[in-house]
Structure formats: structure tokens, C-alpha cells
Design a protein around this ligand. Structure first.
Ligand SMILES: *Cc1c(COP(=O)(O)O)cnc(C)c1O
Length: 330
């Protein structure tokens, strides 16, 4: 029995889980299943809402009336916080990284619609992110408000619970379909999904391989970040849990030119999967990870054995697609 902390019911779960038969056949490798966490909501869709069920429960339990969080201009996490904050009647302040005044498109448009207060900082200023959080928290304290700070991506010991719970949901999906996949594949950016899934698989005794595809940074960065998040979770919630066997497995071969910048092959993959399976991927996260998975299937990095299964966790990101429409050639 796992003792979950307090949680709000915000996400539309369980999300659908089913095989992509046409794509699997076209690639000639393992059967690819998809876990549709891009359907956890409409405007609040994606992986961040699962973490926010636990983070926002903590914010309310602490009597906070304001949320402060951070990310890139097209952050899916910031968009989720902006909308969920509005839903719960909390003020939201977003600390966004941008060197030039960004266009209010995609996620940023929704941040504005949700009434979030937005502060932009240059890449250089953003390096002192901890100080910016502290300054704004102090600012709100001075106004008689109580701010709750959520780290980038909602990735910390508390946010990780979202994907510990998602692992439990996946174990039900696997049982119902009588499969035990060789791997669960997903995009990693701030590592909370990765750390949560890894720990969740251990806690729920799911014997599979959590394979993350980096969309920024390198594999060593994720090894450390996952370890930090796991240690924070352990000290906060469960000192008796042994986490020593949890070593991140991150592929950084498909990061591409930079965070948020993808090669043409990723955009081609997005078009291929949309037309073949009706699944929309995004250019920042899922498009890179899905492309990497398809390449690695072709290279034989996953078992091709008859009846072998692999799961792609679709973490959302749809609105990022609208911010990069020009790269799709339309
Ligand atoms: C944030 C995000 C990820 C990565 O999740 P992390 O927990 O930050 O590593 C993957 N896909 C999408 C669409 C995201 O918004």
C-alpha cells in the first residue's frame, strides 16, 4: 500500500491506452502502445496537471493565495498553472525566459487569457532564478499575500507523485491488456516525469525499462536531476524506501539544435504520425522523443521479438505546435 499525500482531482484520468497498429506495422518492430496523457484536459492537457494535483493541494493546505512558477515562453507547465490557478481562484505569477518580447501565441496566449501576471527575463537574468523566486515571494508577502513557489516543470519531490500515481494507472492498463512492455518511452525536460515513473514502477512492481529522450541538456544532467528529485522525495515522504537501484536511462541523441528548436526530420515525423494515426505531437517535447523512438526501433535498439510491446507516454504539448506553425510548411 502506498500512502499518497493529499491530492486535488483536476486531471481527466485514467487516460486512454491503446496500440498504434498501423505505425507498428510500418516500422516492423515491436507493437507500439500509446498512453494519452495529452488528453488529461482540454486547455490544461499534458503531463503537468498530474504533478499539479499534488502541488496545488499542498499550496491550498498551506493557505497560499498566489502561485509563482517559471519556464520558457512556450512552457506547457506555466500554461497549466495559469489555467488551474484561475480555476481554483488563485493569483498566478509567471517568470518567463525570453530575450526578446515574445509573440502572444500558443501557450503564451493562454497564459494571458487566464489572467496570469507575466514577467520576462533575459536568458542572462534568468540564471539567478532562485533569487527571482525569492524576490517575488517577498513582494507578495509585503502585500499580505502568501505565495507558493513551484519549480520549473513542477519537478520536485511533491510533483513526482503525479507520475507515481500514473505508474499505478499504467499497471492497470497493462493488466487489462495482458502485456508487460519492454519499455515505457517518454520525453524528459525537467526530469519529474522521469523520476516519478521510475519510482512508480518500483513501488508498483512494474518490471519494465523507463527510457527517456532528452529534449535539452545531456544524459549526465538527467542522471543528477533525477537523483536530486528522488532524494528529495525520499527525505520528505519515505526515508525507508530504497532508491539506490533507480538509475536514470536517458538518450540524448535526439536533442537537436537546442531546447525548443527541432530539425526538419522532427517536423516530418510529426506530419507522419498525425496522418497515419491521428496523433498530434509537438515540436518541443513529444515530437523529438517520438522521432528518437522510431529511429531507435529502426536501429534495433528495442527487441523486435514476436509479441514484444513498447509504450509511448504522450505528455501533451499541443499548443506548442501552433507557436511553430511556419516550420510545418503551411
Ligand atoms: C514538460 C513536458 C515534458 C517533460 O516533462 P518533465 O517532467 O518536465 O521532464 C514532456 N512533454 C511535454 C509536452 C511537456 O510539456
Amino acid at each position: 500500500m502506498i500512502n499518497y499525500p493529499e491530492r486535488l482531482n483536476l486531471a481527466q484520468t485514467p487516460t486512454p491506452f491503446y496500440p498504434l497498429e498501423r505505425l507498428s506495422q510500418q516500422l516492423g518492430g515491436p507493437r507500439i502502445w500509446i498512453k494519452r496523457d495529452d488528453l488529461t484536459g482540454a486547455a490544461t492537457s499534458g503531463n503537468k496537471i498530474r504533478k499539479l494535483e499534488f502541488l496545488l493541494a499542498e499550496a491550498l493546505a498551506n493557505g497560499c493565495d498566489t502561485l509563482i512558477t517559471s519556464g520558457g515562453v512556450q512552457s506547457n507547465h506555466c500554461r497549466s498553472v495559469a489555467l488551474l490557478g484561475a480555476q481554483l481562484g488563485l493569483k498566478v505569477h509567471l517568470i518567463l525566459r525570453a530575450d526578446i518580447e515574445p509573440k502572444p501565441v500558443g501557450n503564451l496566449l493562454l497564459d494571458h487569457l487566464a489572467g496570469a501576471r507575466i514577467s520576462h527575463y533575459s536568458v542572462d537574468e534568468y540564471r539567478s532564478l532562485d533569487k527571482l523566486f525569492a524576490q517575488w515571494a517577498e513582494h507578495y508577502a509585503g502585500l499580505g499575500s502568501k505565495a507558493y513557489s513551484i519549480p520549473t516543470g513542477g519537478s520536485n519531490g511533491t510533483g513526482m507523485w503525479g507520475y507515481i500515481a500514473a505508474a499505478e494507472e499504467l499497471s492497470e492498463d497493462f493488466k487489462r491488456n495482458a502485456i508487460m512492455p519492454q519499455a515505457i518511452v517518454h520525453a524528459t525536460g525537467s526530469a519529474g516525469t522521469q523520476a516519478g515513473l521510475m519510482l512508480g514502477c518500483q513501488l508498483h512492481q512494474i518490471n519494465t525499462w523507463v527510457k527517456a529522450y532528452a529534449v535539452c541538456d545531456n544524459a549526465a544532467y538527467f542522471t543528477h536531476k533525477v537523483r536530486d528529485d528522488l532524494e528529495q522525495w525520499q527525505s520528505q515522504y519515505s526515508p525507508e524506501t530504497d532508491i539506490s537501484g533507480l538509475i536514470a536511462d536517458t538518450c540524448d541523441d535526439y536533442v537537436g539544435p537546442a531546447y525548443g528548436v527541432a530539425d526538419q526530420e522532427v517536423f516530418d515525423g510529426i506530419k507522419q504520425v498525425a496522418a497515419l494515426e491521428g496523433i498530434l505531437l509537438d515540436p518541443v517535447y513529444t515530437g523529438k522523443a517520438f522521432f528518437g523512438m522510431m529511429e531507435d526501433i529502426k536501429k534495433g535498439k528495442f527487441s523486435h521479438q514476436q509479441g514484444s510491446d513498447i509504450v509511448f507516454l504522450h505528455t501533451g504539448g499541443l499548443f506548442g505546435l501552433f507557436a511553430q506553425q511556419h516550420h510545418l510548411g503551411y
